[in-house]
Structures are given as C-alpha cells and as structure tokens.
Design a protein around this ligand. Structure first.
Ligand SMILES: Nc1ncnc2c1ncn2[C@@H]1O[C@H](COP(=O)(O)OP(=O)(O)O)[C@@H](O)[C@H]1O
Ligand SMILES: [Mg+2]
Length: 261
C-alpha cells in the first residue's frame, strides 16, 4: 500500500534518513518504532507529501508522490488521514465543527449529509452525540478519540497516527490501542502507528519497523523483535518505555527455548 524506496532526507546538512526501504502492507497495522529524534515523524510526513525526500521515492497506492501534480496530490490526500501527536483540535470550535471543517472544504455534501458523517465518525470512536462539546471540556483520552474521529470523517483508506498514546495514562493508552486495532479491522483500512512505547507497539502492531541511524534496522512481527539478538535492538528495547512487560515476555521465551534443548 505504501512503499519507501531508498528515501534520503537531511535538514540543514543534518542527515535524518539515509536510505529508508520499507513496504507497508495493505490492511495491516504497521508500527514504526525508534528512539526520540530518529526521524519517525519525518518518515510519516513523507506519506502525505508534507515533507519531500532529497532522494528516493514514496509510492502510495501505486502512485509516485513526487510525480503528482498539485491537484493529483490533493486527490491522493483524500485517501489518507493523519492523527497528529498533539491532537491538533481547534479549541474555539465545537467537536462537531472540528470534525466537519475538512469535508466542508473538500466536498459538496449537504449540511445534513455532513452531519451524518460527523455523527458516524464519533460513533466509531465511542463518543456518539458529543458534537456540541468543546475540546476544553474533554479529557486527554477523549480529545485523542475526537482527533481520530476527525481523521475518519473522510473515510480514508490509510490512517496515520503519530504517537497516539503519548501523555495518556496506561489504561487510557490501552483503550486507544484497542480502538486503533478495532478500527483497522472493522473498516478494512491500512494503519501506520509511530510510537516510542513498546507496550503499545505490542498491542497494536501486526508488523513492526524499527528506524535506527537513518535506516530500517528491523522489519517483522512484534514477536520476532522481542527475541532479536541484534545488540542495537536489545539495547533499544531495554531502554524504551513499556518494556518491563516485554522482558518478562522474553524470559518466558528463553525458558521455553531452554526447555526445548
Ligand atoms: N521541518 C523540519 N526542519 C528541520 N529539522 C527537522 C524538521 N522536522 C524534523 N527535523 C529534525 O529531524 C530529526 C528527526 O525528527 P522527528 O522525525 O520529529 O523525530 P522522531 O523520531 O522523534 O519523530 C530531528 O533532529 C528534528 O529536529
Ligand atoms: Mg515524532
């Protein structure tokens, strides 16, 4: 669904991505993990053409992003939604207005049809009927759900999440993770989740890609990264948040492996 081919990107002579190759499969939840400042958000922004690569290609749904005209890019972007790290809601607008802004601008739907789409999106995130509330009246977890609902209004094929659980306590983080995998399954979309939280990664990911030193150091199932013998990956997992659980998991694996011998 999304393919990065040898993507290179520097800012002011500082190399962030030095040849990223990665295929993101249709219909799955793919997590992108890596330390802070390794370029995870930069990579995500390449998918919607918010950042352009210095070298290499980004192919989305069969189309090379760099070759598209402005109007073609706008059309492609209507298939992709992004949930930004800080939720990026407008505090002076109601929830309903926050959700309807995008489709009002990009479609010719009637008011009643727009209202229906907004209501459907809120229902999908478990917040039916809160159109008239304002962001300031909501908890962090609810704001995140509203941000996800706003991304769903356009019925995207691809949903990108940048650190969706940052700032949430563990039970709220867990319910957002369940929502992300539930939506992926229910709507049959492709999801990409950038996270530095390994517990979240294990909850949501079908596949995991780890960005390290400008390239993809690991790609595979979460169970595989947990038992990786690559010293760089071991070190990262040890220092990453949410790993206590992971290391218990590893111990079980090791005990199992030992029992097999
Ligand atoms: N628009 C930008 N202009 C200049 N530098 C940027 C820009 N976006 C990101 N960077 C730099 O790229 C590096 C990777 O950033 P980012 O992708 O946000 O990391 P993270 O993995 O934490 O999401 C950082 O050093 C950051 O300062
Ligand atoms: Mg980031």
């Amino acid at each position: 669904m999304i393919e990065f081919i040898n993507i290179k990107k520097s800012f002011d002579g500082h190399r962030v991505l030095s040849g990223v190759d990665l295929k993101i499969e249709k219909g799955l939840v793919t997590a992108i993990i890596g330390g802070s400042g390794t370029g995870k958000s930069v990579l995500l922004k390449h998918i919607i053409g918010l950042i352009k690569p210095d070298g290499g290609k980004v192919i989305v749904d069969g189309e090379d992003i760099a070759s598209l005209s402005y109007s073609e890019l706008v059309r492609l972007r209507q298939k992709i939604s992004m949930v930004f790290q800080n939720s990026a809601l407008f505090d002076s607008l109601s929830v309903g207005e926050n959700l309807s802004m995008g489709i009002k601008r990009h479609t010719r739907l009637k008011r009643s049809e727009i209202d229906k789409e907004v209501s459907r999106a809120l229902e999908l995130v478990g917040l039916k009927g809160i159109e008239d509330k304002f962001p300031a009246e909501l908890s962090g977890g609810m704001r995140k759900r509203v941000a996800i609902a706003r991304a769903l209004v356009i019925k995207p094929d691809i949903l990108l999440y940048d650190e969706p659980t940052t700032g949430l306590d563990p039970p709220r983080a867990e319910s957002i993770n369940k929502l992300i995998s539930g939506l992926n399954e229910k709507l049959g979309i492709t999801s990409v989740v950038v996270t530095h939280d390994m517990y979240s990664m294990f909850q949501v990911a079908d596949q995991t890609a780890m960005l390290y030193d400008g390239v993809i150091r690991f790609y595979g199932a979460p169970e595989q990264i947990a038992v990786s013998t690559d010293p760089v990956i071991r070190e990262f997992l040890k220092s990453a948040s949410g790993c206590k659980w992971l290391f218990n998991y590893n111990r079980q694996e090791e005990e199992y492996a030992t029992a097999q011998i």
